[in-house]
Design a protein around this ligand. Structure first.
Ligand code: ATP
Ligand code: MG
Length: 231
């Protein structure tokens, strides 16, 4: 039996704008186990990013629980949450958000530096990870000096460096051409297989969604399970 790392119970989220009440998520139940690679598709505006942000503790639901490693994250205060995220969660977005004034090596080491590791240790870990991801030869470059695919690989390395329980990726290939996107996807698969890293992947691309062990679709505020063994 696989170890469960995330359990979301009865998640609801509604936005009010003027007269309108937009029900984005209605009574969603969902869980993730160690080593899972799960994908989520759905039309634009269906609430994928909202769900990802709630599961990733960046946003809070109107009601429901998000338990990560048994901790009800909805109940944590903002400062506790920030520390919780540092230790347990990684994010990769459509845009890389690398800091332009730091080298790629420093960017990747940044989460460790922020969490108080010494500079030497942090840079050494970053270099090891860059080597593993085959981008070590770009370590002294700055973000403006590397390609889009390399930037995304650096963003993945930065998400991975704290050894998070889950990496949430919101359209990580959305800004890349098909071939580069495929390359980045291969990297997710390699990390998933070799490091047993859990990924929650939001994508518009069916071929990308299809590599997941479990595939979901969000429509009318509800999650439909469309492939793989349901938990
Ligand atoms: N702060 C907010 N206030 C009001 N409505 C919001 C807010 N944030 C998001 N929404 C609405 O909630 C819906 C879901 O947004 P969300 O960003 O989760 O969609 P998505 O599925 O990720 O779309 P896309 O594929 O375009 O990224 C959208 O209709 C959006 O307009
Ligand atoms: Mg979105």
């Amino acid at each position: 039996m696989k170890e469960q790392i995330l359990e979301a119970l009865n998640i609801t989220k509604t936005y009010e704008s003027g007269e309108n009440r937009l029900v984005i998520l209605k009574d969603i139940n969902f869980s993730l186990n160690k080593g899972d690679l799960v994908s989520l598709m759905g039309a634009s505006g269906s609430g994928k990013s909202t769900l990802l942000n709630i599961l990733g503790t960046m946003d809070s639901p109107d009601s429901g629980e998000v338990r990560i490693n048994g901790i009800d994250t909805v109940k944590l205060k903002e400062n506790q949450l920030a520390e919780f995220r540092q230790n347990h969660i990684g994010f990769v977005f459509q845009f890389h958000y690398l800091l332009p004034e730091f080298s790629i090596l420093e960017n990747i080491a940044m989460p460790l530096l922020i969490s108080g590791k010494t500079r030497n240790k942090a840079l050494l870990s970053a270099a090891e990870l860059m080597d593993y991801l085959d981008i070590l030869d770009r370590k002294d470059h700055f973000p403006a000096e590397i390609s889009g695919g390399e930037k995304q690989r650096a963003a993945i390395a930065r998400a991975l460096i704290s050894k998070p329980d889950i990496i949430f990726a919101d359209e990580p290939t959305g800004n890349l051409d098909r071939e580069t996107g495929r390359h980045v996807l291969n990297l997710f698969q390699k990390i998933n297989r070799e490091m047993n890293q859990c990924f929650f992947l939001v994508t518009h691309d069916e071929t990308i969604a299809a590599v997941a062990d479990r595939q979901y679709y969000l429509k009318d505020a509800a999650l439909t399970h469309i492939k793989g063994k349901e938990l």
